[in-house]
Design a protein around this ligand. Sequence first.
Ligand SMILES: [Zn+2]
Length: 337
Amino acid sequence: MKRLSLFLLLYAGLCMTVTAADAGVPARFAPWKSKIEKLSGFEKHVIIDKGTERPWSGKYVNFSKDGIYRCKVCGAALYKSSDKFDSHCGWPSFDDALPGAVKEVPDADGYRTEIVCARCGAHLGHVFRGEGLTPKNTRHCVNSVSLKFTPKASQDKNTVNENNTTQAKKQQVDTSKIAKAYFAGGCFWGVEYYMEQIPGVVEVISGFMGGKMKSPGYYDVVKGDTGHLETVEVRYDPRKVDYETLAKVFFEIHDPTQQNGQGPDIGSQYRSALFVANEQERRTAERLIGILEKKGLKVATKIMSATTFYPAEEYHQDHYRKKGGTPYCHRRIKRFD
Ligand SMILES: [Zn+2]
């Protein structure tokens, strides 16, 4: 009898959770309201209320096709199939996520680390380290129900673009609302730190641009002869913030007059530059440099054409958020009225 009442209590609790999620879309998911509304009660239970699907029940546990796993809510690319491994734990497991795609937060239970989609905050699962299951020693334990798989043949190589099904075309419209801008202003840790604070910026990724070498790593670029600049990719919602605002902040958080370096970091990889993707961005950059020069600044910042952006290693992403502290080489100085 006792056991039955406990069961009923648990059952009632589950129903209440699902009902609460059905009642409305939480404010944090407002930009994805239409997606959230289409989720099933169980999907809401996992993605919004941070529930867990039963082990071995998810569609991607025993699944090994080549492709990308995306967030079911916002479509952000989260995991590559090449990082998936068989952990025998009953949930899809990955030993790495795509750079900047997954955010780690302390779980409400006080000991585990929760993982959420960095773009929309959808609950994915938990991350565990030190189990020794793969050389990366990391297990992203993810609910299948939080994911949507895109097979390789239909994927765009670099970005979060979708395949050509009708459903995917709809998602492409969503992701295409996110624009990208590229700035180099010395050590990318500091530039990322400040650009991420701009309202309307969805995320900032530290990486490299402007050199000849393909897929450079930090230790290639730090030698100073690959031609790359430490660069950030700023992903922003153009309905909320424009390129000019981003470029102004860029000029205000570093010293655009310093030649061949920034602060204590000297070398060609730390040069100041705006990598423009179109004429409009170029004209904005030229106009802002003109304003600074009128104020007497001898601007060293170069305007260059955007080329392939290579994200830096995961340990360079969100440096100050992970390690704490504030940038050593960047601070904000008001330069525009
Ligand atoms: Zn998402």
